[in-house]
Design a protein around this ligand. Sequence first.
Ligand code: HEC
Length: 152
Amino acid sequence: MLRRWFLATTWLLLSAAGQAMAEGSPSSSDTSRLEEGESIYQQYCASCHGRQGEGMPNWERQNAQGELPAPPHGPEGHTWKHSDAMLYRIVAEGWRDPWNKTERLTMPAFEDALAPAEIRSVVNYLKTLWTPEQRRHQAEESEGAPFPTQSE
Ligand code: HEC
């Protein structure tokens, strides 16, 4: 009986704390979009780019097929060097290194699988993997090259 009371109180305290956190910065709707972005990432991207965005081993060198493996998305990668417009395009339309020895898109196109808002969410999630300085740099790059405006 005492134990049940204890569990109920703990549960109440935890849910109050969870709510306070969800209302914290930047805003609860931004937080839920980031959560959506993370779950899209785990479902559609992690198989190649790694669960933590660590990329494939030897990602800087062509593999036996003459293709560049999936790169990391964290500070050691190049993702942060692309504007929002470019990142959107890479995810929507796919991508391949021009020096690959094959013609296929090694980075698949996701425009049929993901809605425009989902593409924006997953790109915004990638930003959480960068350093503050990389985030600032990329935000400046994106001023002149934002996400496409026609996308809902
Ligand atoms: C089938 C494996 C695969 C999946 C799944 C995949 N990618 Fe990629 N991705 C790649 C490869 C390979 C490259 C490198 C292409 C190149 O430059 O040769 C890449 C490149 C990228 C780049 C450019 C990075 C840079 O440094 O220029 C971004 C951004 C990216 N992927 C995001 C995503 C996102 C977001 C998802 C999930 C929605 C995803 N990828 C799913 C294989 C994949």
